[in-house]
Design a protein around this ligand. Structure first.
Ligand code: ADP
Ligand code: ASP
Ligand code: MG
Length: 493
């Protein structure tokens, strides 16, 4: 049976780290291993910047391309030797000279077509995976390199989104295996092809998604995603220092968390593995003794108390809230359909929707960069209703964030929202909109972006730190000590 591993950009960040990755791969005793890798850290950003500079007719793209070349040449020289080093360097030279020609064409035209740009940005994965494959071969193991543009076929399914074509990809994968049987395969993350064989990508951070698709195609025993943290935390550890590691998560919880901004996992990663019930384990490449987080269908040992039913918090920034309001909306069929078809026409991505039961208002959150087009479309669509007063306003509230509380057992546990809103109220945070789907896997609140981190910390500490026991002794309670004791008493009541 196959085991699939994915190594993120930081795991592949230096030649020493690539060697460590090779050691972890060789240490897995599974019969067959498929390894998916990201580009070395920062390389994909550099590749996007090359395209951006060339199409803006900024000729410093040539120096940036030199830097990309030097970074990979230096890494390869450190990591490899002999024939494999020569092979890698000759491929790198040839790729860089093709890219130079392509970027020159983009510079002259002042424009990069989508397929030109997708072709350029995927090179980081081609180079990192080749280096890893040679590093594994150095140990004498049988290892093949796979360019996933030959096997993974995807089709666009929305702005910055693609769907895999499983049937075609499986066919191509079988054909590939028949040509190159090997115990270890090192493959490119992030890149794929369209049905017409044009190179494309799975979009930013897409290597997690690559690993999940391939894991599903080979019906892997497990997909391990190696990154730079001990697993999935109860909140973004960069924002909440007290965040705790979650030992298990259900597919649904992991999906909700990644959808609401926990970038430890690409939001689409769960879909392919969920249908085949393949567990995902998130592990830290820099702390091999940490067991990580297991994501599977029904995690065992769920805690039964109220606080434990909220597993985690996640946030999305740079959003705007659109509020469509008016007495004329009540009981009129088709209003929401008219609103969301106008939104669809401009291709905006609706992240959450909330409607008051009186039907006086419908509000929804969209990315800030899409809100101007949404507002303009709604004003055109409802020109008559606004003029006649059936709608009183189409209002945009800028600079918002979403805070989502996620947990599978929130559904069957009364009182969770009360605790959440109490924590936000105590932190003096104004909630602009609320949504809780029927699935009740999450409660979503919209607030001003400037309040978001404070709200996250307040909510997190209310659910996760409430069990912390503190022993405080106050000696000689004067004014300050007495006030503290009064405050503590108030908190308890
Ligand atoms: P990789 O390059 O390995 O794919 P990413 O940077 O995409 O890594 O994702 C890992 C990062 O996700 C972590 O370094 C961490 O800062 C961030 N992160 C955000 N939310 C969470 C969370 N809830 N749990 C763990 N990590 C999180
Ligand atoms: N290298 C790609 C990116 O940075 C894909 C990935 O690492 O997941 O977006
Ligand atoms: Mg990532």
């Amino acid at each position: 049976m196959w085991s699939v591993h994915k190594f993120g950009g930081t795991c592949m960040g230096t030649p020493q780290r690539i060697q460590n990755v090779a050691d972890v791969v060789l240490g897995d005793s599974s019969e067959r291993k498929l390894i998916i890798v990201s580009a070395m850290s920062k390389v994909t950003d550099m590749m996007y910047s090359l395209v951006h500079k060339a199409q803006s007719r900024d000729d410093s793209y040539t120096e940036e391309l030199d830097k990309v070349f030097e970074k990979h040449m230096a890494a390869a020289k450190d990591l490899l030797d002999g024939e494999n080093l020569a092979r890698f360097l000759s491929q790198l030279h040839s790729d860089i000279s093709n890219l130079r020609a392509m970027l020159r064409a983009i510079y002259i035209a002042g424009h990069a077509t989508e397929s030109f740009s997708e072709f350029v940005v995927g090179h980081g994965e081609l180079w990192s995976s080749q280096m890893l494959s040679y590093a594994v071969q150095k140990s004498g193991a049988s290892c093949s390199w796979m360019d996933t543009r030959e096997v993974l076929v995807v089709k666009p399914s929305g702005p910055d989104m693609v769907d895999p074509d499983y049937v075609e990809s499986e066919k191509r994968l079988e054909k590939w295996f028949s040509r190159q049987p090997a115990e270890i395969i090192v493959a490119t993350g992030f890149i794929a092809s369209t049905a017409e064989n044009i190179p494309t990508t799975l979009k930013r951070d897409g290597s997690d998604f690559s690993a999940a698709i391939i894991g599903s195609l080979v019906r892997a025993r497990q997909v391990t995603i190696w990154t730079d943290v001990d697993g999935v935390f109860s909140a973004d550890p960069r924002k909440v220092s007290e965040a705790v590691i979650l030992s298990t998560l259900s597919y649904q919880e992991a999906w909700e968390m990644s959808y609401f901004g926990a970038n430890v996992l690409h939001p689409r990663t769960i879909i392919p593995v969920m249908k085949d019930n393949i567990p995902i384990v998130i592990r830290n490449m820099f702390n091999l003794s940490a067991p990580g987080t297991v994501i599977c269908k029904q995690p065992a040992n769920e805690d039964a108390d109220l606080d434990a039913c909220v597993k985690s918090f996640a946030t999305i920034d740079k959003l705007a809230l659109v509020n469509v309001e008016g007495t004329g909306m009540a009981g009129v069929p088709g209003t929401s359909s008219a609103i969301f078809s106008a939104v669809k026409e401009v291709g905006a991505n609706v992240i959450m929707i909330s409607q008051a039961s009186s039907e006086h208002s419908i509000c929804f959150a969209v990315p800030e960069k899409e809100v101007a087009a949404v507002s303009a479309a709604l004003h055109v669509r409802f020109r008559e209703a606004l003029a006649a007063g059936r709608l009183s306003k189409v209002e945009v509230i800028h600079d918002c964030s979403i805070l989502a509380a996620v947990g599978l057992r929130m559904a069957s546990t009364p009182g969770v929202s009360a605790i959440l809103f109490d924590a936000l109220a105590k932190a003096n945070i104004n909630v602009r909109a609320i949504a809780q789907g029927c699935s009740e896997y999450n409660i979503t609140v919209v607030l001003k972006q400037e309040d978001c981190v404070r709200a996250l910390r307040a909510a997190h500490s209310r659910f996760f730190l409430s069990k912390t026991t503190l022993a405080i002794g106050v000696i000689g309670p004067g004014l300050i000590g007495a006030t503290l004791l009064n405050q503590l008493r108030d908190q308890v009541s």
